[in-house]
Write a protein that binds this ligand. Structure first.
Ligand code: ATP
Length: 781
């Protein structure tokens, strides 16, 4: 036995040695490429000394390209090289742009009658492609077509692949290899030696690893059904459904990297990934940089999609339900127009009957808006409340955004004043009359009193300002007439009086932005940039174009529309959020991943209708992921009981592994705190990685206090914040409380129960009616 083990070890060492040699060669080549990039940078800098404008622009572009290149190469990639496939000879002898043979099918004579075969091609797969100096591929980028068989090949449908190998390395050292044989029936030879096969279970090893607070990429173990989604053509809409832990988030991130690789020019327009919470954003943020992609992808939480907003608080379920519903559209339309009547500055009647025009007597903000008085051609002209209302109604009868109607309002005011001035009667000659009118307009619109009036009577409205107006219950009741009931009006108004924006307020802000419009402003002069001094370009070309850097920066800052939009946890978007997200991808292609069974939105049918509207008539391709890579079978089985209640008829994904550790149940009489603390402490001792404690939303703050001092590996989460996250172990506190939080509570509980990769403890209170074993009513058979 010992001799056999030793033999296996020596084969393993030999195979590791083979991969180590290859990795050394790759790093030598990478160093050469870094030198090349540095040379390019230096060369470009030299050119700066002799500067015709053309040469300077070229230099700028070259510095930019070389900089990007260097940056990617210098990036310390963990396991830079992670895979290898050994392939039979292919059907034809054609090579693709990555230097590999393109054929997917083996040549007719690739396998001899006695089931022996020779390996015709060996490809190494890594995070980026590297060619040697003869353009032979040392490493194939994982996203290249030639790498697809690494993910797709199965013993049932092996194509040309004989052996698929996962290589584990750290820095520059190969630590291990794991092989899968795709054609176990063959005796294959590579350069005359029999092909060795080492170990199995690369995927299982990855799944069993301790979790940290950041997600890892899965490039070395993407599964075939996931690969189909990642490489699906970008056309129109790709919809992916799958239960908890099936890799939807992971697949969405890898798809972003794939799309960029495949068509960088097209996606220079940016890829937006919409994520439900800031916690999930920070959990996933590291994955794209680890795949060598940064910059062109923006991952934003739903509460941060509008510039300047960073909402993290949640409304109570009842309020969220109103704010998320498309009923709000009508309310917002009324508010956007109605807010003109009640601008933030005190209105005339509130400010008292102040006379108009004498700066001594009156603070500048107390301009009356129910009377316009000007002097023109030596006479005093007035428009009174009734006249003004008529003008306003005429202007507002159109559908254009309110702020953009201001020039029209100004014009109609002048018309009304002109009508009062009798100016038209003075001349019958049309040319003279027109000239007089133009002088009249110029005179009046230069008058301070006219300008001050216009500012007060038709102020530029901001989304935030209008939302603040909606906090006034009486006003909101007017705007929401026949749309919201009095209770809803009271609740929404009250929620808007809070200082912080809620996640649902952000979609309202975005809608208001559209309803109000942004008036054109004079272009701001560019600020002084120290980089200009460095490059010396500013002095040489005073009228210069912006550099590529500046352009990239400007586009990123200005970007509100993207070339591809990926929506994670799509089941949770409210109708108002779909409208907000839809506006960011009007001409985009889309990838939408989600699981209806995990939806925390109360009315999925309404949300589905809003989603259809956002996506329009674009054709959709649907995919389904069926394997749960996160939860062991023991946890998945328990969660399935809640699924049966939350979404009857929906199937659970198949759990891919089992740990033998069943969930633990603890019943508590009165003191939740000490039990939760104790259970969290117990789990911290049993697992190496993170522990999540999930409680009902209204216990969030409390739960944080309970866990104080237990260290960074443990976190307290409100049920809605647990979306998409995972931990080595979780404590779910009072399933009944979570389930009763909202009409979607059972689905939220299903989310909470599916967060652990190893262990789950359920702590029940009185409300849970636990049985003698501590199992709460909701989780019994
Ligand atoms: N092919 C794979 N190889 C290794 N790990 C994988 C693979 N696919 C998924 N995983 C792991 O499984 C876990 C679940 O993945 P992910 O969070 O993407 O699932 P999800 O479908 O988004 O789940 P949920 O709907 O519950 O949010 C992650 O730890 C992920 O790294």
């Amino acid at each position: 036995m010992a001799a056999q083990d030793a033999a296996v070890d020596s084969v393993r060492d030999r195979e590791i040695g083979v991969e180590q040699d290859h990795l050394d060669q790759v790093y030598r080549r990478l160093e050469e490429k870094i030198h090349e990039a540095e040379f390019l940078m230096n060369d470009a800098a030299q050119r700066g000394q002799v500067g015709t404008p053309g040469a300077l622009a070229e230099r700028d572009a070259q510095v930019f390209r070389a900089g990007v290149h260097l940056n990617r190469l210098n990036n310390e990639f963990e396991d830079f090289l992670f895979g290898r496939i050994d392939l039979l000879h292919g059907k034809d002898g054609k090579k693709g742009p990555d230097g590999a043979f393109t054929s997917v099918e083996p040549a007719d004579d690739a396998v001899r009658e006695d089931l022996t075969a020779d390996i015709g091609e060996t490809l190494h797969i890594g995070r980026i492609g590297v060619l040697d100096s003869d353009y032979a591929p040392l490493v194939i980028d994982w996203r290249a077509p030639a790498a697809a068989p690494f993910y797709r090949s199965t013993p049932k449908d092996p194509g040309r692949v004989v052996r698929r190998r996962v290589i584990r390395s750290k820095g520059r050292q190969v630590l291990g290899v794991e092989d899968d044989l795709m054609r176990p029936e063959l005796t294959a030879h590579l350069d005359g030696d029999r092909l060795a096969v080492i170990g199995d279970g690369a995927l299982m090893a990855a799944l069993g690893q301790a979790r940290s607070h950041t997600m890892r990429d899965i490039v070395s173990s993407i599964q075939a059904e996931q690969d189909l989604v990642i490489r699906a053509p970008a056309a129109s809409v790709t919809e992916v459904a799958g239960g908890p832990g099936t890799g939807k988030t992971a697949v969405a991130l890898h798809r972003a990297a794939y799309l960029l690789y495949q068509d960088r020019r097209r996606y220079a327009g940016g890829i937006l990934i919409v994520s439900p919470t800031p916690l999930l954003v920070s959990y996933t943020e590291g994955v794209l940089p680890s795949l060598g992609e940064e910059g062109q992808v923006a991952i934003r939480a739903l509460g941060s999609l509008v510039d300047g907003a960073e909402a993290t608080t949640y409304d109570e379920p009842g309020v969220a339900r109103v704010k998320g519903s498309s009923r709000m559209l009508k309310v917002l339309r009324n508010a956007a127009r109605g807010a003109l009547e009640s601008p933030g500055a005190p209105r005339a009647e509130e400010a008292g009957q102040l006379s108009f025009g004498d700066p001594e007597e009156e603070p500048p903000q107390a301009v009356r808006t129910d009377l316009l008085r000007v002097v023109a051609f030596g006479a005093r002209l007035e428009l009174e409340a009734g006249d003004l209302q008529r003008v306003r109604n005429t202007v507002l009868s159109g559908t254009a955004p309110v702020n953009l109607l201001r020039p029209r309002a100004r014009k109609l005011l002048l018309d009304a004043l002109w009508a009062k001035s009798n100016g038209r009667a003075r001349y019958t000659d049309p040319e003279l009359a027109a000239e007089l009118r133009s002088t009249f307009d110029d005179d009046v619109s230069d008058e301070d009193s006219f300008l001050a009036f216009l500012d007060a009577w038709w102020p530029e409205l901001t989304p935030r300002g209008v939302l603040a107006e909606m906090a006034d219950e009486k006003r909101l009741a007017r705007w929401a007439r026949r749309v919201l009931n009095p209770r809803e009006v009271r609740q929404v108004a009250r929620s808007l009086r809070r200082e912080e924006l809620s996640v649902h307020d952000v979609a309202l802000l975005d809608e208001l932005q559209l309803l109000l419009g942004t008036p054109a402003r004079p272009r701001k002069k560019r600020e002084y940039d120290p980089l200009d001094a460095l490059t010396g370009l500013e002095e040489l070309m005073p009228q210069r174009e912006e550099t590529q850097w500046e352009r990239a920066e400007r586009l990123a800052a200005e970007r509100t529309e993207y070339a591809h939009v990926i929506v994670d946890e799509a089941q949770d978007l409210t109708p108002m959020q779909w409208r907000m997200v839809g506006r960011r991808g009007r001409t985009a292609t889309w990838t939408i991943v989600g699981d209806a069974a995990q939806s925390s939105w109360t009315d999925p049918a309404e949300a589905a209708a809003a989603r259809d509207e956002a996506l329009g008539s674009r054709p959709r391709r649907k995919f389904e992921l069926t394997v749960n890579y996160r939860n062991p079978a023991e946890i998945a089985e328990l969660a399935a009981k809640v699924l049966a209640l939350a979404a009857p008829g929906m199937r659970s994904p198949r759990a891919v592994r089992s740990t033998g550790v069943v969930p633990r149940f603890v019943a508590v009489r009165d003191d939740l705190e000490s039990s939760v603390r104790e259970e969290a402490g117990r789990l911290l001792e049993q697992v190496e990685g993170t522990v999540g404690v999930v409680v009902a939303m209204n216990r969030r703050a409390q739960a944080r206090r309970w866990l104080a001092g237990l260290g960074e590996r443990v976190v307290a989460l409100g049920s809605l914040e647990a979306k998409g996250l995972e931990y080595d172990a979780t404590v779910v506190v009072s399933p009944a409380e979570i389930a009763e939080e909202s009409p979607a509570g059972l689905r939220v509980l299903y989310v909470a129960l599916t967060r652990a990769t190893q262990q789950l403890t359920v702590v029940s209170g009185k409300r849970d009616a636990p049985d003698g074993n501590g199992v709460p009513a909701l989780l019994r058979d």
